[in-house]
Design a protein around this ligand. Structure first.
Ligand code: GTQ
Length: 356
């Protein structure tokens, strides 16, 4: 079912009977000839098998609502519709390394506490009044907020608001799967975890350009676990006054961990960017397949001969090493997430900026 890079040699490839016999002879010893697969393993360039795609929120929302009629958040544990890359049906992958899904929680519902070695981000798409709790501290979520659940922290979600709450989950599930390092633990109770620390505590300690002297925080993930949209938007707005547009990105910022200036989540790099009305990015490609969420405005992304139109709440995925261009038909704000941080650490990451 899984398409692997080491697929069978192309049909045009003639293998002599003597060699074929040899391959049959060694196969029972769990041996295989590298020369038949070398160039499919070590490709001259990235050959992404994923497809560019746009999920229109207006098309997804009715299915999310229907899911609510079929299963409670408690029973589902996490009521999520997985965004499956069209090239990888059944694999729960939006890209080769990342999982993405839309999670919905209705007023009065809770998604019970659990913890796992996978790290999650939530990017809030619709609604207000829901919270997520991380190790006993809750944060209220608003549209555009970027919220983090670090690896191995207890987390639950609840909705004390009046309407449904929807956010995009992105998790590093497939990295943990690759390394066979997944652990999870449920809670004895499927009730919400009590609040043990006041709301805003992490933000006060770590999110004010101050750090506790002699602090003991030691996780690799940011101790700030909600990056509220109003502050993010303010930063973009202040910077746009200078009109210093980057030809490939418009105005683009990365979310950072205040402890070390690195990406807020080590496994999932996240960004926010502003493209002013009429702006067309110069062609660009990089080795990190990227998920975009439109927060405001509208536009199109051209990639691989395909033009995808997006508006608020729509989600787009762009494959590794395919050149793309974004065009903003109105002032647009895009959130994005990819495995860039991992690739940079390991020395894999590359980009190409074309001067159009
Ligand atoms: O909220 O903890 O979309 O554990 C997938 C797995 C969300 C979560 C997902 C999860 C969660």
């Amino acid at each position: 079912m899984t398409k692997t890079l080491a697929a069978a040699p192309p049909a045009s490839h003639n293998i002599s009977p003597a060699r074929r016999d040899f391959y049959r002879e060694i196969a029972p010893q769990n041996l295989a000839p590298l020369w038949e697969v070398l160039h499919q393993l070590v490709t001259a360039e990235p050959q992404s098998i994923i497809k560019p795609h746009c999920w229109k929120y207006a098309d997804i929302r009715p299915h999310l609502m229907k899911a609510c009629a079929l299963i409670t958040a408690k029973e589902a544990e996490r009521r999520v519709l997985v965004l499956e890359n069209p090239a990888l049906p059944g694999e729960s992958k939006i890209t080769r390394s990342l999982f993405a899904g839309l999670q919905i929680i209705l007023p009065g519902e809770i998604a019970p506490p659990h913890r796992h070695t996978q790290t999650a981000l939530r990017f809030v798409v619709e609604g207000r009044g829901a919270y997520t709790g991380v190790d006993g501290e809750r944060t209220e979520m608003h549209p555009g907020d970027f919220v983090i659940t670090p690896s191995w922290t207890w987390h639950d979600h609840g909705n004390n608001g009046n309407g449904p709450m929807v956010w995009l989950d992105v998790l590093d599930i497939h990295m943990l799967k690759l390394f066979e390092a997944s652990f999870r633990e449920g809670s004895d109770s499927d009730e919400a975890r009590p609040e043990e620390r006041p709301r805003g505590d992490s933000m006060a300690r770590y999110g004010s350009n101050l750090l506790p002297v002699d602090g003991s925080y030691s996780r690799p993930t940011s101790p700030v676990f909600n990056y509220p949209y109003d502050r993010t938007r303010e930063a973009l707005e202040a910077m746009r006054r200078r009109e210093e547009w980057n030809p490939w990105h418009g105005l683009k910022l990365k979310y950072i961990n205040p402890m070390n200036g690195d990406y807020a989540i080590p496994t999932i790099a996240t960004f926010i960017q502003l493209l002013p009305k009429g702006f067309r990015t110069q062609p660009y490609r990089s080795t990190d397949s990227t998920i975009y969420v439109c927060v405001e405005g509208s536009g199109t992304t051209m990639v691989g001969g395909k033009t995808m139109a997006w508006g608020p709440r729509d989600i787009v995925v762009v494959p590794s090493w395919e050149r793309f261009v974004h065009h903003a038909s109105e002032d647009a704000v895009l959130f994005s997430a990819s495995d860039r941080g991992v690739q940079e650490k390991l020395g894999f990451w590359r980009e190409e900026k074309v001067n159009g």
